[in-house]
Design a protein around this ligand. Structure first.
Ligand SMILES: Cc1cc2nc3c(=O)[nH]c(=O)nc-3n(C[C@H](O)[C@H](O)[C@H](O)COP(=O)(O)OP(=O)(O)OC[C@H]3O[C@@H](n4cnc5c(N)ncnc54)[C@H](O)[C@@H]3O)c2cc1C
Length: 407
């Protein structure tokens, strides 16, 4: 389904790409190696992004609602071309924002999202907590419970969330919890936990040391008798009660809290992977033109030139799948063949493959931390894991194209 799809960028989109590319070149890329080694959230760079007008609700809102659907994927590709770890620290808040946009009321959207961004003088972060130690791919089996204390119109949350990007350091956490475990995913709801509950029922657990995207903070979030006023249930209690009643009667519910968020964000995540792949391709192309062995640039060997040809071909194919999915998502064209998942699995695996080829092109240099491609290779691997593993994406695509309940 591509009727009306147009891959030609408007003038505004071209300006956006140029502007973000400059920011990535001047601010993100020079800081990449340092923050990868420090394995810490690059607050000064996020602040620079806020000052430039990139880290803001308005900026991401504008890209998210670009009628062509391409604004957000163009932004992701350019920022992640700069560096994936830093860029994830800059855009991590958008995942939690998407959960609020997808599940919250108009009033909640207006009140909660700004709390996660702060402003250029005092930047804040947002975090989406879905995964748990025993519920990663299988989000229907969340153990975190939300129990309602009707007398006090208060929700009591208990459980442990894991691998949360910005977990514990965020000023706004969106937590997906089970209200009625017998209904599995359809008995779940999303809650916004504002900063005032940090240390009062919400605490950071262990921070993980990772293989890649090390400038992005990943940690456990522990919920211990967190007493949350009723207004923090996204969408409100009436809507939740209605939805669960429909499910109990055997009717379909409108949406599943966690899955709705992931569906919408898949092309954006695919675009991040395209950015990482393009960064490694650009670097290795230049290297191959200047590195000489046997008295000629190594690109004059077909073995190297053909690698670069394949890298470019796969990157462009990944981008086109990503743009198509972003366009379909924005125009509410259903993903009848799992097009969102196609973009994520293909772009993710392309990033891993391309970054590995880049190391090969750089030879020994590529294997050292003196050169950026080994970092890009470590960073790329996350794209076959988070926001649905490659296997889960294939499950979604194969079920969509066959109509068969493939396990
Ligand atoms: C750096 C990082 C950041 C993250 N950020 C967040 C975040 O901000 N918020 C959040 O909620 N989560 C986050 N996650 C969690 C991430 O989404 C999960 O790691 C991911 O969904 C996979 O779950 P799992 O790790 O439990 O793997 P598992 O589900 O245990 O899977 C292990 C392996 O089994 C395969 N597998 C599982 N089930 C099937 C099946 N039915 N068919 C075929 N293969 C299957 C998987 O594909 C995988 O290869 C993050 C993870 C990482 C590493």
């Amino acid at each position: 389904m591509t009727d009306g799809f147009n891959a030609a960028l408007t003038e505004d989109q071209q300006t956006l790409v140029k502007w973000l590319h400059e920011f990535s070149t001047d601010v993100i890329r020079p800081a990449a190696a340092e923050w990868d080694e420090r394995e810490e959230t690059p607050w000064p760079i996020i602040q620079e992004a806020a000052k430039a007008g990139i880290y803001s609700m308005e900026f991401f809102g504008q890209q998210w609602f670009d009628p062509t659907g391409l604004g957000i994927v163009l932004a992701m590709e350019e920022l992640f071309w700069g560096d994936a770890g830093i860029a994830l620290s800059i855009v991590g808040t958008t995942l939690a924002s998407a959960a609020i946009l997808g599940n919250g009321t108009g009033e909640q959207i207006g009140e909660f999202i700004p709390q996660m961004f702060g402003d250029e003088k005092d930047v804040k972060l947002g975090c989406l907590c879905v995964s748990e130690p025993n519920a990663g791919s299988d989000v229907s089996s969340l153990k975190t419970r939300a129990e309602y204390d009707e007398a006090n119109d208060t929700w009591i949350l208990n459980g442990v969330k894991t691998w949360a990007t910005n977990g514990g350091i965020a000023d706004g956490h969106v937590v997906v919890a089970s209200v009625d475990p017998s209904l599995a995913a359809r008995g779940q709801a999303s809650f916004f936990v504002p900063a005032e509950f940090k240390g009062k029922g919400l605490a950071q657990g262990q921070k993980f040391k990772k293989h890649g995207i090390r400038a992005s903070h990943t940690a456990e979030v522990v919920l211990d008798d967190l007493r949350l006023p009723g207004k923090y249930l996204l969408g409100g209690k009436d809507k939740l009660d209605e939805r669960m009643a429909r499910v109990r009667e055997g009717k379909r519910s409108g949406s599943q809290a966690a899955m709705a968020t992931f569906e919408a964000s898949r092309p954006a995540v695919a675009a991040q992977a395209v950015g990482v792949a393009r960064a490694a391709y650009d670097y290795s192309l230049e290297y191959a033109k200047t590195r000489e062995q046997f008295k000629r640039p190594i690109i004059q060997n077909q073995a190297i030139a053909f690698k670069l040809a394949d890298m470019k071909t796969r990157i462009d194919a990944a981008r086109l799948l990503t743009w198509r999915a972003a366009w379909m998502g924005r125009n509410q064209i259903p993903f009848t063949a799992g097009e969102g998942s196609m973009s994520k699995v293909f772009a993710g695996e392309t990033a891993v493959w391309v970054t590995e080829q880049a190391i090969q092109i750089l030879g020994g240099n590529g294997y050292t931390r003196e050169y950026p491609v080994e970092r890009m290779h470590r960073d790329a691997k996350i794209y076959t894991i988070f926001e649905g593993t490659s296997e889960i994406q294939r499950l979604i695509i194969s079920r969509a194209i066959s109509g068969v309940k493939i396990a």
